[in-house]
Write a protein that binds this ligand. Structure first.
Ligand code: ZN
Length: 314
């Protein structure tokens, strides 16, 4: 397709007719990443810019500018999906629950649709991760997928038949702030969480939580490396971590019975989780046999931005 200048109504028409190009935007707290993928998932272009931290108006124009730049370079209009920290409140249409606090209370969906003169779809970044992996990643072909990002926090998302389960309150999959199941000893009431509760799953399964259980001073990845090297105390910490993950995922399996659970984020690189956690979760699951697979994300750090693009996948 030859390069064309794309503006206004002309673009709206072209995007509905040629929806094969999908643009995904991952709106992060420190960077904004944009990707264009073809209908078969092949990546055509990727661009990354710094987030205008603390400034909503500049964030809005940066996202719109990134979309326009991608379309100009490719010479084609596309559908636009955006992954956001937080979610859009069904009650108000405004962003809520975002740790990029300058987005909270803002009408990002309405503002961006108007700026780009087309419908734009939005989803929480963990939901985008789950959608990406369910569409053409580690859970491709699975009907029910639970995706978890375990890094500085523990985001989660549910995808059923390649559709994100957003939910009545737009918090579908937000499992990290449930209490850790079967908590005992020092696990109850458990560490204070930034959400105001104590003993949330996130306070046990995040990277900082794993590092803290070891005694601090090293990262979660370093604890895993030491366990692999045979250090007994690191091995014990990781064993506790695996049992907690088994309990936390066991309750997910009882509730939505996923075909596949996909792990992403920094801690998903710990190899032994995939073998040991399924060995530990059976006592917490109400079933004679458990066929749910626990797998590592295929697309790594790209899953968020790819999933945003796949918000248009019909
Ligand atoms: Zn919490």
């Amino acid at each position: 397709m030859p390069p064309v200048s794309l503006t206004g109504k002309d673009l709206t028409l072209r995007y509905t007719m040629a929806a094969s190009m999908r643009i995904g935007i991952d709106l992060g707290g420190t960077k904004i990443e944009g990707i264009a993928i073809a209908g078969d998932g092949h990546e055509r272009l990727r661009r990354r810019i710094a987030s205008p931290r603390g400034d909503y108006a500049r964030t809005l124009s940066a996202v719109a500018g990134l979309v326009r730049e991608i379309e100009r370079e490719i010479g084609e209009a596309g559908s636009v999906g955006v992954g956001i920290p937080g979610t859009i409140s069904p009650a108000t249409g405004l962003i809520k629950n975002s740790n990029s606090t300058w987005l909270n209370g803002r009408a990002l969906a309405e503002d961006l649709s108007r700026l780009l003169d087309r419908p734009v779809r939005f989803a929480n970044d963990a939901n985008c991760f789950a959608l990406s992996e369910a569409t053409d990643g580690a859970a491709a072909g699975a009907r029910v997928v639970f995706g978890v990002i375990i890094g500085t926090g523990t985001g989660g998302g549910v995808v059923i038949d390649r559709q994100v389960l957003i939910g009545a309150n737009a918090i579908g999959g937000e499992w990290g702030h449930n209490p850790l199941p079967a908590a005992q000893g020092i696990e109850s009431p458990g560490p204070a969480c930034y959400c105001g509760r104590s003993g949330c799953i996130e306070t046990f399964l995040s990277g900082p939580a794993l590092a803290r259980d070891y005694g601090g001073g090293v990262t979660a990845e370093e604890v895993a490396a030491r366990a692999l090297a045979g250090e007994a105390s690191a091995d014990a910490v990781l064993g506790r971590y695996e049992d907690r993950m088994a309990r936390a995922l066991g309750s997910v399996i009882n509730l939505i019975d996923p075909d596949v659970i996909v792990l992403g984020g920094g801690l998903s690189n710990i190899d032994r989780l995939y073998e040991r956690v399924p060995q530990l979760w059976s006592p917490y699951i109400f079933s004679d046999a458990v066929t749910t697979r626990l797998v590592r994300a295929t697309h790594g750090d790209s899953s968020g931005v790819r999933g945003a693009a796949w918000l248009w996948n019909e």
